[in-house]
Every structure is written in structure tokens, then in C-alpha cells.
Design a protein. Structure first.
Length: 348
């Protein structure tokens, strides 16, 4: 009788061991075999508050995971299932449940990108942010003043305060959070560059350098000319010569600008008309990039006080008004002498 019981127990133990071995093999094969994906790429969203069991069941319901219990078992063995990160995950062909789980723990969520372009205005930047389908728009109907309050910068004029760059973010980020990042990036860059500026610049603070940088940004067609253009403007400021730059006039016109500047626009006295007013504009006129800021803090030395567009994105620089007038005739008037703002020859 005792031998019979021993045989039965041994048989049961053997069966259980075989079952456990089979289960372990099945589990291991499953965790290290590709998941079932219907498309070349699938995005899976882990919502806030989700746990591993809910994730496993959701994957099963989508036909991606056939044995959700194995994923839960894997989490128990790993012992870190409470560290799952919320967000979007890319499920790619060949990805195994084990790799997917490790991505959950590492927080390898999909990063979206939005590029803020050098020379954009604050309004253009907001339009791009609110057109982005991933960012949460909470400031869509807010005024510029309300936007600055929302990011904790009440009373500041928003123009030029945000650094152009490509920013990466996860789904769910708000426009407020995005703007805070771009604002901090600009402040950090200014704080880094201001102490390293060239000697003798006509700026009382980094904000004035930011204003000039925005003008340089709007005047520059070729990046290699930024320092030369900045040099012209810096010398004009030092010599108390008006900047006389069209982009400032355009900014002052606001929505009235329809693609062309007329003589009456140059004569209109607005705070941004540098043909009528001396010194810098009250605020930046656009978002200057790092290169324009650097050029304004490290302008090219020389004697040039004028420049005129050559029509190919580059400029011709002159040190005297006579040279400048001849350059205007050559590059802007097709060689024909006629009256213009800085040149008047009544005999021709």
C-alpha cells in the first residue's frame, strides 16, 4: 500500500514537473516571440492610472497579445511593474512582449517634434503651436497678455522671448508647458552669452541685445552676413544714426502690411519706425535664433554703415552714403538714376 502511494505521488510530481516545465517553455517562447501586429507600426497608448493587468488585457482585446497572464507574470518576476510610464508607445514589427515591457519601464514613449522657426513673430509661433494635433491647446483664445500670465511672466512683452528650435515632447503636453520650455531656453541662452559679449556695445542690458538680434534676423538673407549686418547696426547706434530698416516699419504696420511698403509708410511715426525714430525699437520684432543673438553680441568690426539687398539674398555693404547710393542704383533701380530716400539728383 505504501509503495503504491509513493508511486502515485511520484507520478503526480512528475506530471506537475512536466506541466511546469511546459508552462515555463511556453511562457519563455511567448515572451520572446514577436507580438501580433496588423500594421507595420502600431501606436499603443498607456493612459494615466493604468496598471500592467489593464495594459495586458487591452493588448489582448486589440489582438496583439494572446496570453495576457504571461505579461503579468513577467512583471511579477521583474518586480518593477509599478514603474510603468504613461504615454504613447511604438509597437514595431518583430517586437516581443519582453521588449515592450522593458520599454514601459524605461518610459520609451513616442517623442513628437515642433520646430519654432527663426524670424517668426509671436503670433506665428502661437498659430503653429495651436495647429499641432498633439499639444493640448489651453490658450487658444487668450490675448498676448494672458499668455504671458499663464507662463508666469506677467507684464512682459512676448515678442522675441522664445528661442527658435526644434522641441520634442510627448502627447498630452500643454501649450503652457511648451511655451515655458521655449521661454526658459531663450533666457538660458541670453544668460550664457551676455557675459561673453564684445566690449563697447551700445546695449544697457541683454534685452536690448535681443531687440537688435530680432532686427538682424529679419534683415538677414544669408547666414554668413549676420555679423556684418549686426556690425552696421551697432555702428549706427554708436554714432546716433537712425537704423532705417524696413522690417521695423513692417512690424509697426501690423495687419495693415500687405506685402509692400509705400513712402507714406516710411513717413508714418510709429514706435517701430526706425526711419522716424532713433535708437532701438521698444521691443523685438521677431524671434531671433542663436546665430542672430550671437552676431549681435559679437558684431563684425569695420567702417560700413549701409547695406542694400543685391536681390539674391545677399547684400552690398558701404561705408559712405555716396557708395550706398550708387549701390542702390545698381542693385535696386537697374542702373537708372532717379530720386529715392537717400539720393536726389534733380539734374538727371
Amino acid at each position: 500500500m505504501r509503495n503504491a502511494i509513493k508511486k502515485i505521488l511520484l507520478f503526480v510530481i512528475t506530471i506537475m514537473a512536466m506541466a511546469m516545465a511546459w508552462l515555463w517553455v511556453d511562457y519563455s517562447n511567448f515572451m520572446h516571440s514577436p507580438m501580433t501586429l496588423s500594421n507595420d507600426q502600431t501606436i499603443f497608448m498607456v493612459e494615466p492610472g493604468s496598471n500592467l493587468s489593464q495594459i495586458a488585457i487591452s493588448l489582448r482585446d486589440k489582438g496583439i497579445l494572446s496570453h495576457p497572464r504571461y505579461l503579468r507574470m513577467y512583471g511579477r518576476i521583474e518586480g518593477n511593474a509599478n514603474r510603468i510610464s504613461v504615454g504613447e508607445y511604438q509597437l514595431e514589427p518583430g517586437m516581443t512582449p519582453a521588449v515592450f515591457y522593458q520599454n514601459l519601464i524605461a518610459g520609451k514613449v513616442i517623442q513628437h517634434a515642433l520646430t519654432i522657426v527663426e524670424g517668426w513673430t509671436f503670433r506665428q509661433m502661437l498659430e503653429a503651436i495651436h495647429a499641432n494635433p498633439v499639444l493640448q491647446a489651453t490658450l487658444k483664445n487668450s490675448s498676448a497678455e494672458q499668455v504671458m500670465i499663464a507662463i508666469g511672466q506677467e507684464g512682459q512683452h512676448p515678442e522675441g522671448r522664445f528661442l527658435p528650435d526644434t522641441y520634442h515632447f510627448t502627447r498630452g503636453m500643454t501649450d503652457v508647458e511648451f511655451l515655458k520650455r521655449a521661454y526658459r531656453a531663450m533666457q538660458d541662452y541670453l544668460q550664457q552669452q551676455w557675459p561673453q559679449r564684445s566690449v563697447g556695445l551700445p546695449f544697457n542690458n541683454s534685452y536690448e541685445a535681443l531687440i537688435l538680434a530680432s532686427i538682424v534676423e529679419k534683415e538677414t538673407g544669408k547666414g554668413s552676413e549676420r555679423a556684418a549686418i549686426a556690425g552696421v547696426f551697432v555702428r549706427r547706434l554708436q554714432q546716433h544714426i537712425r537704423l532705417q530698416t524696413d522690417p521695423t516699419v513692417i512690424y509697426g504696420m501690423g495687419d495693415r502690411y500687405q506685402g509692400n511698403i509705400q513712402r507714406k509708410d516710411l513717413l508714418e511715426d510709429t514706435p517701430y519706425n526706425t526711419y522716424r525714430r532713433s535708437g532701438l525699437t521698444p521691443t523685438p520684432i521677431a524671434l531671433p535664433g542663436r546665430e542672430a543673438i550671437y552676431a549681435s553680441l559679437h558684431p563684425e568690426e569695420g567702417d560700413d554703415l549701409y547695406f542694400v539687398s543685391k536681390g539674391d539674398g545677399s547684400h552690398y555693404f558701404s561705408s559712405t552714403l555716396e557708395q550706398h547710393n550708387q549701390a542702390v542704383i545698381k542693385y535696386q533701380l537697374n542702373g537708372r538714376k532717379r530720386s529715392f530716400s537717400s539720393y536726389k539728383n534733380k539734374s538727371e
